[in-house]
Design a binder for this molecule. Structure first.
Ligand SMILES: [Zn+2]
Length: 143
């Protein structure tokens, strides 16, 4: 560090005021270094969190099954079960994000504009009229 070197070279010829000034500089440098350490710790924590997410995702890979435009957790019988998950978020980010239903569901008389929407990436998946499986799932799961 330049300041430490300067102090060493100056030795005892330094006046008290100069020492105080150098000390203040040194304290400031230390404070900056501390902030840097905290920033680095934040980055490390973020990385650790992401590694954990990816490890969890890797563990779930075998449990997932695709049905139409969503992934589902596979039941013991190999059937899709539970909430639909976003295709894009899994394929791109390896995150399992629950989709939510927007629009109105198909009825026997009217057309459907129902969509499964991702709250994370905002991708909207059109729900086909023939997609009775999802309706069954949602009723079973209470929404
Ligand atoms: Zn998504």
């Amino acid at each position: 560090m330049e300041i430490v070197k300067a102090i060493r070279e100056a030795g005892e010829t330094f006046q008290a005021a100069e020492w105080k000034l150098k000390l203040a500089d040194l304290m400031e440098t230390l404070a900056d270094a501390r902030i840097e350490v905290v920033n680095v710790q934040d980055v490390v924590l973020d990385r650790e969190k992401r590694i954990k997410e990816l490890e969890d995702a890797l563990a779930k890979t075998g449990e997932l099954v695709r049905h139409l435009d969503a992934y589902y957790i596979q039941s013991d019988e190999g059937k899709p079960t539970g909430h639909p998950k976003c295709l894009r978020c899994w394929d791109v980010d390896h995150r399992l994000i629950n989709l939510y239903r927007s629009g109105t569901a198909a009825t026997s008389s009217g057309a459907s504009n129902a969509k499964n929407q991702c709250p994370s990436c905002n991708t909207a998946y059109t729900v086909a009229r023939s997609d009775t499986f999802l309706v069954t799932i949602n009723e079973t799961m209470g929404g």
